[in-house]
Design a binder for this molecule. Structure first.
Ligand code: NAD
Length: 480
């Protein structure tokens, strides 16, 4: 590690700020990845002012300029995917293959929104008044606050920052404290790609201080947030006070329904991937496996067997299937829920124990509970770790009822060979994303992403639907 402190980008300058925090590798806590400057309140104020001051010019910038910047960023991220993917795995703990795949996805997102710059459209309609013309166009919103969680250190910032830039907004970006590395890389790449001073600002630091200062500023005209439900409510309350746009992507308690007629291998693949890959730290993770009686015993047996074969270890080790938990706070939360599950009477079929490896890290054997009911706390709260429960149900109708009986509604999956049940589930699952014979996690980058009920609020992210949040609609009436 070099002694250099990675700085925040404010008004086009790299500023040192106050303190610096160390970025620690969860696979090996002796490994300090780097030190990152923490923005002071003055830094945040300056970043917001710079974003506001540059908003008018940037809003009128040409689409070719915005396209070229996004395309350059896409190309560079793709070319450096192994290096950045390694940094991602080192700071977040997902496996190297997952880190490189996520980095590739970030490159694809920048490429997609580079293309969207060239597809900006409006509408022209006839007026009900003869001789009058009506034109509907989309304009930038202004300063967009981008607040992201730790579990997708590069894809998530990409899918918020790329559309903000594409539609002509300026950005104040506050990444999660645990993963400043990828956030810094993405900002540095965009800065070099040609973002004018003030149009893109990076302010690292704690949510309660740096994030809160963004929420409190009436100059920030829109906030796109992904994270927990608790923080999401803070964003909503603060935004309503100043009448700004906001978009929230929050937690999930996603069901994967497995019916008697499912292909067993497909169902086990979907369950193990959806529940445990990326250490179960995905908002779309299948934490509730809702299984009908006829396949229950075979499914549990096959899942348990598969789980025992998974290699839990250092994220950078090529043989690793499951990396460490992101930090000690999250690990303690996972262990607390495993204890709650036991006390509630659930049977811990496999896993749940801490593991020792050569390096000091936060290693947890993926845990599968059986004999659970949907009323148990482990099936109500988002645990956000490698912990899943199997819920036994009589038939499809009960499975659908259980799947929908949750305050969340992000992703829902079903494994079945019945077209009738697949079609019925697709229509009746209360979730923003429905998967048939696919894991609940793992989505395309060019189509909308988001949930229903307590999982999301506001317009969808990703794909051309992102325009809804990142623009304001203007209706112009013209009489010659
Ligand atoms: P978190 O809510 O603790 O933090 C998210 C971000 O908000 C961080 O940058 C944090 O610093 C910031 N923040 C915290 N307090 C703040 C405040 N008072 N004002 C402004 N910002 C503040 O969430 P987390 O632990 O980083 O992430 C895990 C959560 O994210 C899980 O609930 C997960 O389901 C959710 N998530 C959702 C999606 C989705 O798209 N639905 C995707 C990934 C993660």
């Amino acid at each position: 590690m070099s002694d250099e402190v990675k700085r925040n980008l404010i008004a086009g300058e790299w500023r040192a700020g106050g303190d610096a925090v160390a970025n620690i590798n969860p696979s090996d806590t002796n490994d300090v990845i780097g030190n990152y400057a923490v923005a002071s309140i003055e830094d945040v104020t300056a970043a917001i002012r710079a974003a506001e001051d540059s908003a008018a010019d940037w809003g009128l910038s040409g689409i070719q300029q915005r396209h070229d910047i996004l395309q350059k960023a896409s190309t560079e991220i793709f070319e450096r995917r192994e290096e950045i993917g390694r940094l991602l795995s080192r700071e977040e703990g997902k496996t190297l293959a997952e880190g490189i795949a996520e980095t590739t996805r970030a490159a694809q997102i920048f490429g997609f929104f580079a293309g969207e710059c060239l597809r900006l459209k409006g509408e022209k309609l006839a007026s009900v008044r003869p001789g009058v013309e009506v034109e509907i166009s989309r304009e930038p919103v202004g300063v967009v606050g981008v607040i992201t969680p730790w579990n997708f250190p590069i894809a998530l910032p990409a899918w918020k920052i790329a559309p903000a830039i594409c539609y002509g907004n300026t950005v104040v970006f506050k990444p999660a404290e645990l993963v400043p590395g990828c956030a810094w890389e993405i900002v540095e790449i965009l800065h070099r790609a040609g973002m004018p001073p003030g149009t893109l600002n990076l302010v690292n630091g704690p949510g309660s201080v740096v994030g809160q200062a963004i929420l409190d500023s009436p100059r920030v005209r829109a906030i796109t947030f992904t994270g927990s439900h608790t923080t999401g409510s803070l964003v909503a309350h603060a935004s309503v006070k100043v009448m700004r746009k906001f978009q929230l992507e929050m937690g999930g308690k996603n069901p994967l329904v497995v019916l008697d007629d499912a292909d067993l291998e497909t169902a086990v693949d979907c369950a193990v991937n959806g529940a445990f890959y990326s250490t179960g730290q995905r908002c779309t993770a299948s934490s509730r496996l809702v299984v009908t009686e006829g396949i229950y015993a075979r499914f549990v047996e096959a899942c348990a067997e598969r789980l025992q074969k998974l290699v839990v270890g250092n994220a950078l080790d090529e043989v690793t299937d499951i990396g460490p938990v992101v930090d000690d706070t999250q690990l303690q939360q996972d262990l607390r829920y495993i204890e709650i599950g036991r006390k509630e009477g659930a049977a811990l079929r496999v896993g749940g124990e801490l593991l020792q490896r050569d390096e000091p890290g936060f290693y947890l054997q993926p845990a599968l509970f059986t004999d659970t009911t949907n009323e148990m706390q482990i099936n109500r709260d988002e645990i956000f770790g490698p912990v899943a429960s199997v819920i036994r149900v009589k038939d499809y109708d009960e499975a659908l009822h259980v799947a929908n009986d949750t305050e969340f509604g992000l992703s829902a999956g079903i494994c079945t060979t019945s077209l009738k049940h697949a079609a019925h589930f697709r229509r009746n699952a209360q979730a923003g994303m429905v998967m048939v014979n696919l894991p609940t996690a793992g989505v395309d980058y060019h189509v909308p992403f988001g949930g229903m009920k307590g999982s999301s609020f506001g317009p969808r992210e990703q794909g051309s639907y992102a325009a809804e949040f990142h623009t304001s609609v203007k209706t112009a009436y013209m009489s010659p």
